[in-house]
Each structure stands twice: as structure tokens, then as C-alpha cells.
Write a protein that binds this ligand. Structure first.
Ligand code: AP5
Length: 602
């Protein structure tokens, strides 16, 4: 099996999965704000939750605070597993990334930020221009690209940035990265090195303004200060006389740079999804700075709250065990989940989250896995359900395993029953065909490393390493479980992953519940271990507003989040409790009301 590795790995996917290797530890702060009692929840399926220790009423997790080295999966890193002391962010200097189109004002804002915060400003544009003017080999090569407004090759820029970031002053004072990363591969390089900012600022300015800003820009070679003939004329005649114009500031080149920016900028946003702050850069520079300053101040204030906290992982006396979020490359729950269709960043977030949990479980030799993810677009009970989202999720999983050289069989349930009773679950109708037409990557994975099949023992071939069953479900009058069982028997110790299975009892076509062999069927369905679970929680009988979310990502427990409204239409999810097993509706309600765990159980 697996006679060869794929000839070319999908670069982006590789970056994504490597990015997951990022091991971050977390500062935890205790926030004693009182929470109002929550109305009753829609009932959740009962859980066999055992006695649980009391937790503090409200805890907040922060992420990307400390960088710990680790191998592919942070849970395997002994440093993170038995983490004794979580070093708080307050001890760390600020790490800021600023991005935006050419002339959006990055350099101008950086000067103001440096002045106030003393960070080390690392501008790839400045570094490259310095190489060009010194006539170095790097400079000669870079010039060709800069003159046409294209991106200088990654290997040149990344080396420059990484070597600068490793220097002592940067480690001590913090950094302000301007113009890097500019492509998904550059972002991937930083992720692999576990370099993440505290904030990712994007300056937004309309195109027509940008051209004028570039053409009117002048630089002072002595002070490095940026001027504009109209907007910020130099203070003295002397300065005015020595000003220079950048060679790439002609109208034509600016247009080309702008085009390059547009082609690349979207690709990096998913990496910094949770840290993204868009700032309107089309205002006087002092006003723009006021907003940036407030954002940086907030990071500082929050960091100060994160006192060094002793967290004994695994100790039942601990107030809160380190949640999954703190140990994997987890970036918080995306907001605006009720906005349909989901943005591609939201979808990507969940694909990555599911992938990481699944990989963790397979690495731990769990062979029968179940993914249950119930965001609006993946909830077939709602009319915003999108089969495309399910297909994309399955593709992400399959391609990632194929990247690792595994032969994956993606199985879509076919027609069931016979004669007039034959049919297939509505949700899956046509999905196999769509799957065949989907883009399966550059190296022709479909037909080699990924094959599409159905559900049943006959589908299991010698060459298959892993099976993904897409939303297997009972159809009216027909039970898929017997076919699944035959298939898993044939698969032996090869992993079988169920993505959003629906294996509950279904009434037969006669309207009567199937009862024969029911117990065995349910027992079989329960033999699949949840490696990922996500569900939004709503106030009883509503779909809005969202009350919170329940998340579980193998190997960690269930995390309960409360959705909190913020100013300007923003929202956030705040961790309020963790559970070793899936909590019941009652346990969730009690946690929302801030009742101590013991009181719930009595
Ligand atoms: P780089 O130097 O980074 O250029 P850029 O991204 O095009 O950005 P600019 O420096 O032109 O603009 P800015 O946003 O800093 O604006 P500024 O504050 O000066 O990169 C140059 C080249 O290097 C690239 O094209 C590429 O080839 C290469 N490169 C760089 N990084 C790379 C990477 N990571 N990978 C590969 N290649 C890379 O302001 C502009 C003007 O507007 C000024 O005159 C200013 O006074 C004025 N202004 C600023 N703010 C305001 C305001 N609020 N209101 C009115 N005017 C304002």
C-alpha cells in the first residue's frame, strides 16, 4: 500500500497542517464580572457526565501568548502536556503586524507606533531598498521584481525577516512587522516557526486615493521620514531640497503593485483571522493612529490582567484544566456564525479545526471516529444547509491525509432499498457526482490517493489506508448501519471517519419505527468515538441571538462558550466551563447561570 508519495504536495495545505504544529501555551485570567441568569436552553442529548469539580464562575482564555517549541502535535509535547506554570503575556513585548495596499499609510503609522511603543520596526520594503542601494546580490535580484511591482521571491524576503526577528533587540523590545507576510506561503513560514503577532492590522484605503498618495510621496534620506507634497509637506526648505522619490512610485508601477497586493492579500487573512483588525486609513493620520493606539493599549491592558497562574494540568483541584484551545493551534471561535453564507474564513476555520482533531485521534490509533459539526451551513435541519460546505470539509480532510501519503477512500452512501422502495437520503442526492467534478489539487490526487466509493464491505480494497464516510444516515425504511458494519469489519484496523452521521432511528416507510436489532445497531453507532464536536447553543425556541457554543476537539474535553455582544455590532465567545464528557442541557444552563458545579449535581 501507498507505493509512492504524491509527487507534489499541495503547498498551501502543507502549510496549514504544519501551522497546526504550532504549540502555544496560554495565560488564563480570572474575571469576576457577574453574569445574568440565562433563560432555559433547548435540551441537549443526555450525557453520562460523572462528578465534576467546581469551577470559578468565569474564566477567560487568551491565545498566542507564549511560544513553546513542539513537534507536529502540541499535545505530544511534554512541555505543554504537564504544563506547570503558564507564563503570562504581561511579560512579553508587543508583536504587531501591519498590512495594507501600497501607500495605505503603513510606513507613516509605523513611525508613530515606534515613537510611542518603542517596538522594532521591520519593513521588508525598507530592508529590500537598503539592499538595492548598497548594490548587493540580493539587492540586484530584488530590484527586478520591485521595479515591476511584483513580490520579491519568498526565500529572499523570508530569510531577511527571520534573521531580523531573531535579534536581541527585537526579542527585548517587541516587533512591528510592516509588509510581511504578503502571501500565504510567507504567512505559512511564520506559522511553522511559531511566530504569531498579538494583532494583525489592515489599513483600508480606496484605490483612487492610493495612487495620489504614492505619486506625491517623498522620502527624507536623512531622517527616514515620509512626506507627501500635498498632505505632509516638509517642514523646512533644507529638508525639501534633499527629498527623494521612490523609483516604484510612478502611476504605472503603483497600479501594478496594487494589483499584486489584491491578488495576495486575501490569502493571508485566514491565518490571522482571530487577530484581524481592519482600520479605516482614509482619515487624517493622527485619527488613524488614535484608533491603532487604542487597539494596542487594549492588548497591553488585557496582558496585564493575565497574572502568572499556576495551572496543574490533570489535577482535579485545578480550577480549570487547560482547554484544547490553549494547547493546539486554536484561535478562538469565529464570530458572526449566524451570517449566511459563512465567509470562507469561517469555513476554513472549521475545516482546520476538524482536521487537527482528526489527525490527533488517528495518531493516537483511534480507529472508529466521528465528527459532529453543527454550524448553520452544516445543519441539514435548516434551509441554510449547504452541501458544498460538507463537501469542502471532506475534501480538506481527504487531501490532507493524501498529502501524508495515505490512500483515502471517500464514501458516499448510494441508493438503498429495492424496487419502488429504492432511494437515497435527500441530503446526499447528487453529491457523489459533484465530488467527482471537484478540484482535487494540483497533483491529480483523485484516482490515485483519493478514491470515491460507496458504503459497504465491497468498497474496502487492499490499497485503502483510511475511509471517510460522508454523512452516513438511515433513509426512511432503510438502515445504513448493516452496510457500515460490514464495511468496518472489512476495514479491520484501518481508520474509519464518519463525518456528520445521522444514525438515529428512522421511521420505516410504513411510518413505524424499526425495532428489530435496534439495541445492536445503537451499540454499533456508539462505538465511534467523537473526535470533534461543535454545536451552537440558542435560547430555547430561537435561532437568534446565539447563546453560546459547545466545542470538543480530541484529545480535550468539552468547552462551553458564552457569546457576548461587544460594541459596534461585534461579538466574542468566552470560555465559561469545561467538561470531561458532553454536558447535559441542565449542566449547560447551570454553567450559564454561574452555579457552582456541585450545586448542579445535588
Ligand atoms: P513596500 O515598501 O512595503 O511598499 P508598499 O507595500 O507598496 O507600501 P508603501 O511603502 O508604498 O506604502 P505605505 O503603506 O508604507 O504608505 P506610506 O506610509 O509611505 O514594498 C515595496 C516593494 O518591495 C514591493 O512592491 C515588493 O516588490 C517588495 N516587497 C516588500 N515586502 C515584500 C514581501 N513581504 N514579499 C515580497 N516582496 C516584498 O504613505 C504613503 C503616502 O501617503 C505618503 O506620502 C504619506 O505621507 C501619505 N499618507 C500616509 N498616511 C496618510 C493619511 N492618513 N492621509 C493622507 N496621506 C497619508
Amino acid at each position: 500500500r501507498s507505493p509512492r508519495k504524491p509527487p507534489r504536495k499541495g503547498e498551501r495545505r502543507r502549510e496549514q497542517s504544519d501551522a497546526m504544529a504550532t504549540a502555544t501555551a496560554t495565560g488564563i485570567a480570572i474575571n469576576h464580572r457577574r453574569r445574568p441568569a440565562a433563560p432555559a436552553l433547548a435540551t441537549l442529548p443526555p450525557s453520562s457526565s460523572s462528578a465534576l469539580s467546581p469551577i470559578r464562575p468565569s474564566l477567560r482564555l487568551s491565545h498566542s501568548l507564549c511560544f513553546l517549541s513542539g513537534n507536529r502535535y502540541s499535545k505530544r509535547n511534554p512541555k505543554t502536556r504537564g504544563l506547570g506554570v503558564v507564563v503570562c503575556a504581561a511579560t512579553e513585548p508587543l508583536k504587531v503586524m501591519i498590512s495594507g495596499a501600497p501607500a495605505s499609510g503603513k510606513g507613516t503609522q509605523c513611525q508613530m507606533i515606534v515613537e510611542k511603543y518603542g517596538l522594532v520596526h521591520i519593513s521588508t520594503g525598507d530592508l529590500l531598498r537598503a539592499e538595492v542601494s548598497s548594490g548587493t546580490e540580493i539587492g540586484k535580484k530584488a530590484k527586478e521584481y520591485m521595479d515591476t511591482g511584483m513580490l520579491v521571491p519568498d526565500e529572499i524576503v523570508t530569510d531577511m525577516v527571520v534573521s531580523r526577528l531573531s535579534q536581541k533587540d527585537v526579542r527585548e523590545k517587541g516587533w512591528l512587522l510592516d509588509g510581511y507576510p504578503r502571501s500565504s506561503s510567507q504567512a505559512g513560514s511564520l506559522e511553522r516557526m511559531k511566530i504569531r503577532p498579538d494583532i494583525f492590522i489592515v489599513l483600508e484605503v480606496p484605490d483612487e486615493i492610493l495612487i495620489d498618495r504614492c505619486v506625491g510621496r517623498r522620502m527624507d534620506p536623512v531622517s527616514g521620514k515620509i512626506y507627501h507634497l500635498k498632505n505632509f509637506p516638509p517642514e523646512t526648505e533644507e529638508i525639501s531640497a534633499r527629498l527623494i522619490t521612490r523609483t516604484d512610485d510612478t502611476q504605472e508601477k503603483v497600479r501594478s503593485r496594487l494589483e499584486t497586493y489584491k491578488q495576495n492579500s486575501d490569502a493571508i487573512l485566514p491565518t490571522y483571522f482571530d487577530l484581524l483588525q481592519k482600520v479605516d486609513g482614509n482619515r487624517p493620520r493622527e485619527i488613524v493612529f488614535q484608533e491603532i493606539d487604542a487597539l494596542l493599549q487594549k492588548i497591553r491592558t488585557d496582558a496585564v490582567k493575565f497574572k502568572t497562574l499556576e495551572v496543574t494540568n490533570g489535577n482535579s483541584n485545578s480550577n480549570l484544566k487547560l482547554a484544547a484551545s490553549s494547547r493546539d493551534n486554536w484561535r478562538g471561535i469565529p464570530t458572526r456564525l449566524n451570517n449566511i453564507p459563512h465567509s470562507k474564513e469561517i469555513r476554513k476555520y472549521f475545516y482546520d479545526d476538524v482536521l487537527q482533531a482528526t489527525q490527533n485521534a488517528i495518531e493516537d490509533k483511534i480507529r472508529r471516529l466521528k465528527v459532529e459539526i453543527n454550524i448553520p451551513e452544516l445543519n441539514p435541519e435548516t434551509d441554510v444547509y449547504r452541501i458544498g460546505t460538507l463537501l469542502e470539509l471532506v475534501r480538506t480532510l481527504a487531501l490532507s491525509f493524501a498529502d501524508d501519503g495515505k490512500r483515502v477512500k471517500v464514501c458516499v452512501q448510494g441508493s438503498m432499498g429495492e424496487g419502488a422502495l429504492s432511494g437515497m437520503p435527500l441530503q446526499l442526492a447528487g453529491s457523489r457526482k459533484i465530488m467527482e467534478f471537484m478540484d482535487w489539487g494540483e497533483y491529480g490526487a483523485l484516482g490515485t490517493f483519493i478514491n470515491i466509493g460507496s458504503i459497504g464491505a465491497r468498497e474496502v480494497e487492499e490499497q485503502d489506508d483510511l475511509f471517510i464516510l460522508m454523512a452516513p444516515q438511515n433513509a426512511v425504511g432503510n438502515c445504513i448501519i448493516d452496510d457500515m458494519k460490514a464495511m468496518t469489519d472489512a476495514a479491520g484496523d484501518r481508520p474509519v471517519i464518519l463525518v456528520n452521521p445521522r444514525l438515529k432511528d428512522m421511521p420505516a416507510s410504513s411510518g413505524i419505527m424499526q425495532t428489530m436489532g435496534r439495541e445492536k445497531r445503537l451499540e454499533y453507532a456508539a462505538s465511534f468515538e467523537n473526535c470533534y464536536f461543535f454545536r451552537l447553543l440558542y435560547y430555547a425556541g430561537t435561532q437568534y441571538p446565539i447563546m453560546g457554543a459547545l466545542r470538543m476537539s480530541y484529545p480535550h474535553g468539552y468547552e462551553l462558550y458564552k457569546r457576548i455582544d461587544e460594541s459596534y455590532g461585534k461579538e466574542k465567545y468566552k470560555l465559561i466551563a469545561t467538561f470531561p464528557k458532553r454536558p447535559t442541557g441542565e449542566e449547560i444552563n447551570a454553567a450559564f447561570e454561574g452555579k457552582p458545579r456541585q450545586a448542579i449535581e445535588s
